[in-house]
Each structure stands twice: as structure tokens, then as C-alpha cells.
Design a protein around this ligand. Sequence first.
Ligand code: NAG
Ligand code: NAG
Ligand code: NAG
Ligand code: NAG
Ligand code: NAG
Ligand code: NAG
Length: 212
Amino acid sequence: MYLSSIALAAVLFTGVQAHFQLQYPIPRGPFVQDSEPTFCDGYNDAVSNRTVFPLSNGIINLNSEHPLWTGGVIVSTYQDPNNFSDFNSSSGYQMAVQFFQQSGEGPYCFPIDLAAAGVSGIQDGANVTIQVIFDGGDGILYQCADLTLSANASVPAGTTSSCTNVTATSTSTSTGTAASSTSTSSAGREVQVASGFIVGVVTMMMALLPVL
Ligand SMILES: *[C@@H]1O[C@H](CO)[C@@H](O)[C@H](O)[C@H]1NC(C)=O
Ligand SMILES: *[C@@H]1O[C@H](CO)[C@@H](O)[C@H](O)[C@H]1NC(C)=O
Ligand SMILES: *[C@@H]1O[C@H](CO)[C@@H](O)[C@H](O)[C@H]1NC(C)=O
Ligand SMILES: *[C@@H]1O[C@H](CO)[C@@H](O)[C@H](O)[C@H]1NC(C)=O
Ligand SMILES: *[C@@H]1O[C@H](CO)[C@@H](O)[C@H](O)[C@H]1NC(C)=O
Ligand SMILES: *[C@@H]1O[C@H](CO)[C@@H](O)[C@H](O)[C@H]1NC(C)=O
């Protein structure tokens, strides 16, 4: 376990071959390829010019550079979340969009209903930060966006005009990349995908421990 974790950590830190770019909402700062494997793409602090974002009927638009990938979104209600713990409750990540698996490269859109996330403090007028987590099979990547939630805001016209809808299904039909699972347990796809992430995140945390 430890040896394989160290080997995986080495892979994570010697380079990710492809990435993703958050298109909407606007991320904390311009995309930095080399920083994307780290917290918020290397941007540690919240910006003051937040995007006014729908409390319920939000949309995420991201550009995938991987043919098969897993995506998910976590949320923090801190004014300036600057580490992964700020996105956690006592039971782990505060999920705003459960992990899903999707095939295809290019712009993809999916809905996000923050009001339904069940996270205390999410309400009309609240400042929150979302962190998009993306795994195309060669490392976990992160981008953040700082938001002010509004019950009557809607996404700008054109946000979804050039993207493909994510069509995550309840059964995995993929065939064996690192991000996929071939298990058919009744626990369900999301749990399997999430467990893959947790292994990756724990591995990354272990790798980071010496520098913290
Ligand atoms: C939200 O953030 C903005 C900019 O950082 C700040 O001016 C405002 O006071 C914050 N609002 C709340 C409710 O904390
Ligand atoms: C905040 O302002 C900076 C500098 O003008 C700009 O590059 C960035 O896109 C803005 N962010 C948002 C979320 O509007
Ligand atoms: C994360 O940041 C918060 C403040 O935003 C701080 O209280 C906490 O100690 C930090 N946790 C870690 C693990 O660095
Ligand atoms: C946050 O929760 C995730 C999911 O349970 C866990 O893997 C991670 O270690 C936690 N991180 C921190 C900093 O508590
Ligand atoms: C949203 O509601 C607030 C207060 O209720 C109002 O000031 C604002 O103009 C509304 N915005 C839109 C886009 O309707
Ligand atoms: C994408 O999904 C939205 C709702 O989530 C829907 O309104 C739209 O028609 C869908 N687009 C396509 C091309 O299926």
C-alpha cells in the first residue's frame, strides 16, 4: 500500500499530460497549467470581484482535454477558503455536484444546484467558493471560482451555447482507464468513482504532509 502510494504520488508530481479549463464561472485567476494539480490551480486566496451566481439553477462549463474523465464540485462557505479543509465538513468533502464520469473532449456543461447541497450557510447573498475537481486518469486537477449567490440570478446568455451536456448515466460503460471502475457492485457508480478520488486525494495529502 505505501509503496504503491508513493509510486502513484511520484506519477502525480512528475507531470500531468492534459488538463481542463473552467470556462464558467470565471476562475480565481487565469489558468496555470503547471499549478492545476494543486489547490485551486495555485490561487490560494479568494478574489474580491466575485461572480454573482444562481443559488439554484447554476451551470458549470468546462473544457475537457481528456477523452474520459471524472468530474465533481466541492463547496466552501468560508469568505477566503485557502486549503482543502475549508471545503470539508466532519464527514469529508462538501459535495455540490457528486462525482460523475463522462467521455469526450471539448466544452462540457452540467447543472449545479447549490441550494440543494445541504451545506449550512448556503443562502441568498452568501459568499461561497466552488472547487471543480477533474481526473482524466493521470492526476487530480483543481480550479476554483469565488461566488456571491443570488436567488434571482441566472447564468449569462450563451453560457451553454457551445457546450455538450454531460450525460452521466447510472452505470459505467467505460472500458478500463484509470478513472473508471469495472466493479458492478450495487453500491453504485458514484460511490465507486468517489472512492477512486479519495484514494487519489489521500495519496496527494500523504505526499504533501512533509511540506505542511
Ligand atoms: C462578500 O464578499 C465581498 C467581496 O469580497 C464583500 O465585500 C462582502 O462584504 C461579502 N459579503 C458577505 C455577506 O460576507
Ligand atoms: C476580476 O478582475 C480581474 C482583473 O480585472 C479579471 O481578470 C477577472 O476576470 C475578474 N474576475 C471575475 C470573476 O470577474
Ligand atoms: C485551513 O485554513 C483555515 C483558515 O481559512 C485554518 O483555520 C486551518 O487551520 C487551515 N487548515 C490547514 C490544514 O491548514
Ligand atoms: C477532506 O475530505 C476528503 C474526503 O473525505 C478527504 O479525502 C480529505 O483527506 C479531507 N481533507 C482534509 C484536509 O481534511
Ligand atoms: C435580485 O433581487 C434583488 C433584491 O431582492 C434586487 O435588488 C436585484 O435587482 C434582483 N436582481 C435581478 C437580476 O432581478
Ligand atoms: C442540455 O440540458 C439543458 C438542461 O439542463 C437543456 O435545456 C438543453 O436542451 C440540453 N441541450 C441538449 C443539446 O440536449
